[in-house]
Design a protein around this ligand. Structure first.
Ligand SMILES: Cc1cc2nc3c(=O)[nH]c(=O)nc-3n(C[C@H](O)[C@H](O)[C@H](O)COP(=O)(O)OP(=O)(O)OC[C@H]3O[C@@H](n4cnc5c(N)ncnc54)[C@H](O)[C@@H]3O)c2cc1C
Length: 411
């Protein structure tokens, strides 16, 4: 009988594993609670109306339609029974010989879950559309507002968290509010809008070289973003954000701070780190169950030097490939090699022709880093059609400075 491999999650890790197990003797089922593979690194561009959802998401089924041994299932796994080799859905279950768990992460509100309603985070297409509508709606409300104080509140945008996502969002919102969309509104001027980036540490982009963080901060400030360092959020309300330094009145607050693993992982009953990620062995399997692997953002993988791998796409992709090879070659647990991560570099964009990048010891900023960022993102996008469309959108935006997808379609 053919061995059954279940893969939960068709993000970077799960999809890579599935593709590397295609056309083998295994019977593979790839399960995802959404019907699309999402290119999260460009989500902020959907949230800021530069790209459409379909530019960065592809139906999973269409990506694997040529692979006869891979079945795709749209459903949410609610628990894993590791002893009986079963994954449970709400009203059915599936058995496995091997299991690859690649369920990614959600944002963490550090125990203040009530803030989620007021300050949405950015992980899914739905999140991006919620944020897009919030931004456009705030501008619309400001356009018809006669009370100056209230108008200021609508025109103040606060991003919490100075990691790559926060920086990218702050830069893109500053471009919208101070340069591009503003032209279409008659009731206020670019200088009436304010964009705050709040960071609890003493610098933004703390995973980058100090000089690059400094450069990113300077670029943002030149674009009109007020960067608040050592600022800890103490409360978020309908009226704005309270930090340990001040109160910022705002109707549009976006959360880009902290990650929390999926609650599904609890059902594995194994040791996790503070963010709920499963602490995996050197072959990415879990202790006591060498047939169950955890990869990508769901896994806490410690390198030999004690360094814990970051939650980035390259880690998920490389672990997906590694685990597929281990399974394909049916390597017994005691003979399995250790996973080794090859760091290909990190980058973050700040705005048009502004980015920072660290590639193999090389530290880049400005136009060169931005070109490198653009090429890498186009290259890693899945599907020729998406690459072509995103490139055209970027060229269009570069020339016209106009965002194309500014529709409000929610209630
Ligand atoms: C806004 C944003 C920007 C980012 N920018 C960058 C960047 O520039 N560079 C970079 O390297 N990384 C970036 N990242 C991080 C990168 O996207 C992640 O590290 C990567 O996606 C992790 O891959 P994964 O396969 O572990 O999980 P994901 O890609 O998150 O995929 C998880 C999949 O599992 C599915 N799933 C979850 N739970 C269940 C369940 N219970 N049942 C069924 N399916 C389930 C989800 O629907 C999803 O499709 C960014 C992330 C975000 C959110």
């Amino acid at each position: 009988m053919k061995k059954k491999i279940l893969i939960i999650g068709a993000g970077f890790g799960g999809l890579t594993a599935a593709k590397n197990l295609a056309d083998t003797e295994f019977e593979i089922t790839l399960i995802d609670k959404t019907n699309h593979h999402l290119f999260q690194p460009l989500l902020y561009q959907v949230a800021t109306a530069a790209l459409s959802p379909s530019d960065i998401a592809v139906p999973i089924r269409s990506l694997l339609s040529d692979n006869k041994n891979i079945k795709v299932i749209l459903d949410e796994v609610i628990s894993i029974d590791k002893n009986n080799h079963i994954v449970n859905f709400k009203d059915s279950q599936l058995e496995f010989d091997y299991l690859i768990v690649a369920v990614g992460a959600r944002h963490s509100y550090f125990g203040k879950n009530e803030w989620e309603q007021l300050a949405p985070g950015l992980k899914t297409l739905t999140d991006a559309l919620v944020i897009r509508e919030k931004i456009i709606e705030a501008l619309e409300l400001a356009e018809k507002e006669t009370n100056h104080e209230l108008m200021k509140k609508y025109l103040t945008f606060v991003i919490v968290g100075g990691g790559p996502t926060g920086v990218e969002l702050a830069g893109a919102i500053a471009e919208i509010a101070k340069e591009t969309m503003i032209k279409d509104y008659k009731n206020f001027r670019p200088e009436d809008t304010k964009v705050f980036l709040i960071e609890a540490m003493d610098r933004i982009l703390s995973s980058f070289d100090k000089k690059l963080s400094e450069q990113a901060k300077e670029d943002l400030m030149n674009m009109g973003v007020e960067v608040k360092l050592n600022a800890k959020v103490e409360n978020i309300s309908q009226d704005g954000v309270h930090t340990n330094q001040e109160f910022i009145p705002s109707k549009t607050i976006i959360w880009a701070a902290g990650n929390q693993a999926s609650p599904l992982l609890k059902s594995l009953n194994v040791e996790t780190d503070r963010a709920g990620r499963v602490i995996v062995k050197k072959d990415c399997s879990i202790p006591g169950n060498p047939e169950i692997f955890l990869i990508g953002d769901a896994a806490h993988f410690e390198e030999e030097n004690g360094n814990v791998l970051p939650g980035v796409a390259q880690v998920a992709i490389q672990q997906g490939k590694f685990v597929a090879e281990v399974i394909k070659n049916q390597i017994p647990p005691e003979r399995r090699p250790s996973f080794r991560y090859k760091d290909k570099g990190t980058m973050a964009t700040i705005g048009k022709a502004k980015a920072v990048a660290e590639i193999k010891g090389l530290k880049l900023s400005g136009v060169i880093a931005w070109l490198a960022w653009s090429i890498v993102h186009i290259f890693f996008l899945i599907g020729f059609r998406n690459r072509f469309r995103v490139m055209i959108e970027w060229i269009w935006y570069y020339i016209t400075k106009r965002h194309g997808t500014r529709l409000i379609v929610g209630k």
